[in-house]
Ligand binder design. Structure first.
Ligand SMILES: Cc1cc2nc3c(=O)[nH]c(=O)nc-3n(C[C@H](O)[C@H](O)[C@H](O)COP(=O)(O)OP(=O)(O)OC[C@H]3O[C@@H](n4cnc5c(N)ncnc54)[C@H](O)[C@@H]3O)c2cc1C
Length: 478
């Protein structure tokens, strides 16, 4: 083997995974077809669950120190969710994808992991022991596992002939990074009577301290083929259709067309090859979920591959990647479809849709509804299917960030190990056999007993049957 894991694609998914593999002590090669990292802006927002996960790796503070990354309110179908910023410990932040990629690139490099660029994967073959990858530059590489993090047009997915069912793109809208002048509204979505709409999100400030914004424009006659370049005139026209003379364009930095294609691979695992991020699921960028979902895929898979490489992975651990992340991805696709319908994304002005939207907008003023929607879009409502979910409300969910006295629970996860909270020192003997994989926190933890996986999800809680849970998630004891 040349390496344990080959990660194809150095976008946010691939780099998050590479970092998890680094933490797990697994040899990793990260490749990308591009000669250098792109500077095009895509995702602009990081959700609560992703922020938590970054905190669990000690990366949140340094990431936020890279610039001005304000907390912003979220939305569902264009209806602002004011409670979003109060609901979770770490509310949604504006952090552009380019910043996240640059941050991870530097962090990985500081730990000796440099992406091999100009490495376009063009072929792969797998057997019982590993995967052989071939690159356009003539190189080949043999690894025990391969992860496709090569984006929406994944080559690996095509080479696997993996089914990618769903809805093809039928309409496009325009997404642009801009500086605006005039009376720019604070609300994120504005509709005009004829079905045109504009959405605005803060993107922080440029080095000169000037406010940057993501502007998204849609409407009945705005759907042009993706290949047609977006012009400044088109952006100006879109702004004046929705805002009249109130808002004007000062600078257009970057623009692209995006489609409403919505697809998800049927299987996230193909033998020794795994699909993650946009390679596994594509959908409209509504409520800032695509990059976040990909990073969560990586966090789910990383420690499991580490366990497999180190030889302690319980039978079927690698299969739980599909079992857990496929439903999570499907739920994102469903909420995005509901949003695109309710916000009349295509600008149809269909009276049925407008009537449904009117009722939805009224419902979305209710705190319970806002909380539900905020949980849904922030990744916080994800509950992985696993034994124990039927008997304990915490099992399968992200671990609460408990204050354990000397440290917060999330800080303890920085080791990349599992954590056992054992307040009455009941389980010291049984857990001792797993002490190379699970850190036990004994007396002083003012909580009920709980076992947390390295990715921050509770996999057991209560008082009974700890040993089967340790076996199920952390394999045979030493
Ligand atoms: C306008 C817009 C706004 C968005 N806003 C948000 C948002 O606010 N929040 C959010 O969470 N998401 C958002 N998204 C979605 C987000 O950008 C994607 O979900 C995210 O980029 C997916 O990351 P990834 O690493 O899976 O794939 P990518 O970012 O596409 O990275 C894939 C990498 O693989 C490389 N690659 C491809 N093929 C090969 C090959 N054959 N060999 C080697 N390397 C290869 C590519 O060069 C690339 O670097 C937005 C998307 C768009 C277009």
């Amino acid at each position: 083997m040349d390496t344990d894991v080959l990660v194809v694609g150095a976008g946010p998914t691939g780099m998050t995974l590479a970092n998890e593999l680094l933490l797990a002590g697994v040899s990793t090669v990260l490749v990308d077809k591009l000669a250098q990292r792109g500077d095009l802006s895509k995702a602009g927002g990081v959700q609560s669950r992703t922020l938590e996960a970054l905190d669990q790796r000690g990366l949140l503070e340094p990431l936020l120190a890279t610039g001005d990354h304000p907390v912003t309110t979220g939305h569902f179908a264009g209806v602002p969710l004011p409670l979003h910023s109060n609901r979770h410990r770490l509310p949604w932040r504006s952090v552009p994808q380019v910043v996240i990629e640059g941050f991870f690139e530097q962090h990985l490099a500081a730990h000796g992991l440099h992406a091999r660029r100009d490495h376009e994967l063009v072929g792969l073959a797998q057997d019982d022991d590993g995967v052989t990858a071939a690159f356009a530059n003539g190189a080949t590489l043999r690894s025990r596992y391969l992860v496709a993090a090569d984006g929406a047009h994944s080559t690996v997915r095509s080479l696997l002939r993996a089914e990618f069912p769903g809805q093809p793109g039928t309409v496009t809208i325009t997404s642009a990074d801009v500086r605006l002048g005039g009376a720019v509204p604070s609300t994120s979505h504005t509709w005009s009577e004829d079905g045109h709409w504009a959405a605005l999100f803060p993107l922080g400030t440029d080095p000169q301290g000037r406010q940057l914004r993501r502007l998204v424009l849609g409407g009945p006659d705005r759907s042009l083929p993706r290949e047609v370049p977006v012009t400044e005139d088109e952006i100006r026209d879109g702004l004046s259709t929705v805002f009249g003379t109130r808002v004007h364009l000062l600078e257009l930095r970057y623009a692209r067309r995006i489609t409403n294609a919505s697809r998800q691979v049927e299987r996230y695992r193909h033998g020794r090859v795994f699909l993650a991020g946009d390679a596994a699921h594509v959908h409209l960028p509504l409520s800032a979920q695509g990059m976040n979902t990909g990073m969560q895929d990586a966090l789910n898979l990383g420690w499991k591959l580490g366990a497999a490489v180190h030889g302690w992975a319980p039978k079927n651990l690698l299969d739980t990647y599909h079992a857990e992340r496929h439903p999570a991805g499907a739920a994102v696709l469903r909420n995005v479809r509901a949003q695109s319908l309710l916000m009349d994304w295509a600008g149809t002005r269909d009276p049925d849709v407008l009537a449904a939207r009117e009722i939805f907008t009224a419902l979305a003023q209710l705190p319970e509804v806002q909380q539900h929607l905020a949980d849904l879009t922030s990744g916080m409502s994800v509950r992985y299917p696993m034994p124990g979910t039927e008997t304990h409300p915490l099992v399968g969910r992200p671990a609460p960030d408990l204050d354990l006295g000397p440290a917060r629970l999330h800080e303890l996860l920085r080791s990349g190990h599992g954590v056992l909270l054992d307040p009455a020192d009941t389980f010291a003997t049984v857990a001792g056999a797993w002490s190379d994989r699970v850190d036990r926190v004994g007396q002083g933890a003012d909580t009920e007993p709980m076992l947390i996986r390295p990715d921050g999800y509770v996999c057991w809680a209560g008082a009974d049957d700890l040993e089967p849970a340790l076996n199920r998630w952390f394999g045979e004891p030493r």
